[in-house]
Design a binder for this molecule. Sequence first.
Ligand code: HEM
Length: 451
Amino acid sequence: MTEAVTPEMRLPPKVSGEKPDIGHMEEFNGNFARFLMRCKAECGELAEYNMAGQRTVLMSGPEAQEAFLKGLDKKLSRAAAYQATVPVFGRGVIFDAPPERMKTQLKIQVDALRYQNMRSYAAVIAQEVQDWVSGWGEEGELDFLDEFIGLTLNTACHCLLGADFRYKMTEEFKALYHDLEKGLQAIAFVDPYLQQPLFEARDNARERLQELISEIITERRANAHQEYGDALQTFMLGTYQDGTYLTDNEITGLVIATMFAGHHTSSGTAAWTAVELARNPVFATEILDELSGLFGQGQEITFENLREIPRLEAFIEEVLRLHPPLVLLMRRVMEDIDYKGILIEAGKTVAISTYGSHRDANYFPDPETFDPHRARASTAEMMWAYIPFGGGPHKCAGNAFALMQLKSIFAALLSKYEFELVDAPDTYQDDLSAMVLKPSSPSRLRYRRRG
Ligand code: HEM
């Protein structure tokens, strides 16, 4: 993408079906993943649609997706596209921080998800999974979406804020988190400061959560030498270039931002993995054989032995291809852009669709078929076609954490239990009613202890 913009340049083709005032909002809200596939089928690499006045250019195909993901912040701004998160994360945090401070905050966030903490996270997750299944008995039936939402909230809370907070986690904390989540509905992307009860509850929850987290910070400052091995410790030790520490407000913001980035993305993927395992028993048996070799003699699940489980990894990769939790990534265009002679004007939004990209038959033949054995060329093109974790400078910071958690959960579950669908196979569908894709509710599965 260049900025050599000339007056005779063409504009991106417009998607049909625009309505007065609302543009494509109605069709988008119906099923946005399918709407985005229609945009690409009709217009090709660039397709412009209208969200109640906000003109958005969908960029499709590996080349356009690479340009989007590698775009510099000053040209393609995430901050301007994700302003709805400001009241949730907090003033002065990430997308509301000046560029240099934002950079440092993101670096500290990445540090918290890096190797040095991963070993203790692996132990925490293994423990949480063990506690979770301890009351299951011989057989039963559960809604696995609800179950994974609960489990991954516990693991996120435990890894981010430590054991003390996790085991004291009250209904109050869950209610506050829920109020913050409700504050990120589609309307917040139009105006997050509208006067309405939903946003009032969001603001009260943000304030109260900071009080709770400040209490732990104060306690920990009094015990400065203790090792906690959690993200809060990394956030508390991180400094800006001038040597100052993050404020309680900023630390609270990073906790919330990390929780939001990691929670529903993980629970949705875990739920889809469980459903696909139940729907594809032949592949499940292959993975079980692999796990028996690794954990068959009652070996503990640890960070080390979770590292390489190729069949399970390929299975999760295929789940993320067909059901990528973050379907739509967005940036605001800050300076006019020339993309192959087409002008994308400043002020517009640009977007890419992981869901659409993963269903491109040029790269994924017979794309709707679930096949963990599908060969994937390791070409540069493929790298920008398969993008469940995004790519470039803002590629998912929790990628390694997410995969380690999924492997830990399914290594433990599959060794102990077998699963089967309760409802007809085609009733388990992608639910796109929220920002993060998940299987439709209820996602009921029957489990039975292995003999
Ligand atoms: C299967 C699970 C997950 C998927 C599919 C996923 C996907 C993504 C994607 C696509 C992005 C890029 C967004 C963009 O470019 O606009 C992203 C960013 C991010 N993710 Fe994840 N994510 C997952 C789990 C997690 C977890 C568990 C955490 C933390 C514990 C996490 C933390 C982050 C953070 C902090 C960013 C922002 C990075 C930055 O701004 O530089 N993610 N994720």
